[in-house]
Ligand binder design. Structure first.
Ligand SMILES: CC(C)(COP(=O)(O)OP(=O)(O)OC[C@H]1O[C@@H](n2cnc3c(N)ncnc32)[C@H](O)[C@@H]1OP(=O)(O)O)[C@@H](O)C(=O)NCCC(=O)NCCS
Length: 175
């Protein structure tokens, strides 16, 4: 398996993976799959902010992707990022999620980010909670029943891990 920076040509595969999860799962609170153009716009926005957008490739096939974007847009949040990660349904549980998230963590730390937050759709999302826990994320809160999808209320699980020096020092460069 190979983890690499994404390319525009990967977006058709990313669209297929994300469409599956939007239509069948509660990890994403989107209910209508975004178009290819919208996914391209979102990727451009991530890259323009200097944040990573990576894919996992196996035997030449894109089997998953992950990226980080701003946690929230107000300026004092600028050293905090939120991760997103999705795998093709036939490729889960084989270490690809771990490799993708590690790559995003490393790149965000190198870029000077200090905190990473996971906003996990559904308190029953054992794979995502387990993945984040295994990479040093700690529980940071539970927002109960903030989503309603497939006819039921859905929680958001918040998890957080420091990057680099975390809050042990001020950022080297103020941006
Ligand atoms: C969540 C997801 C990205 C995890 O990726 P994955 O490739 O299946 O996970 P990995 O095989 O890399 O496992 C990584 C860790 O997660 C844990 N994990 C994986 N599946 C798990 C499960 N079903 N239950 C509990 N823990 C699990 C493993 O313990 C593993 O830890 P370890 O390496 O210390 O043993 C993937 O399952 C997925 O795409 N799920 C649907 C979409 C989603 O929920 N995305 C997250 C949005 S916040």
């Amino acid at each position: 398996m190979n983890i690499r920076d994404s390319r525009p040509g990967d977006l058709v595969h990313i669209e297929a993976i994300y469409t599956h999860h939007v239509l069948t799962g509660t990890a994403s609170f989107e209910e209508v799959p975004p178009s290819l153009e919208e996914l391209a716009r979102r990727r451009d926005d991530v890259l323009a902010r200097g944040m990573p957008y990576v894919v996992a490739e196996m035997d030449g096939r894109v089997i998953g992707y992950a990226y980080a974007g701003p946690y929230r847009l107000r300026t004092a949040y600028r050293y905090s990022v939120e991760d997103s990660i999705y795998l093709a349904p036939d490729c889960m549980g084989r270490g690809a999620g771990r490799a993708l998230l590690l790559a995003v963590i490393d790149r965000c730390a190198m870029a000077g980010c200090r905190q990473m937050i996971a906003v996990i759709g559904d308190s029953g999302n054992a794979p995502s909670i387990g993945l984040h826990r295994s990479l040093g994320f700690e529980p940071a809160g539970l927002l109960k029943a903030v989503g309603f999808k497939f006819g039921r209320w859905v929680d958001s699980v918040l998890m957080q891990r420091p990057l680099g020096n975390g809050d042990a020092s001020s950022p080297a460069e103020h941006r």
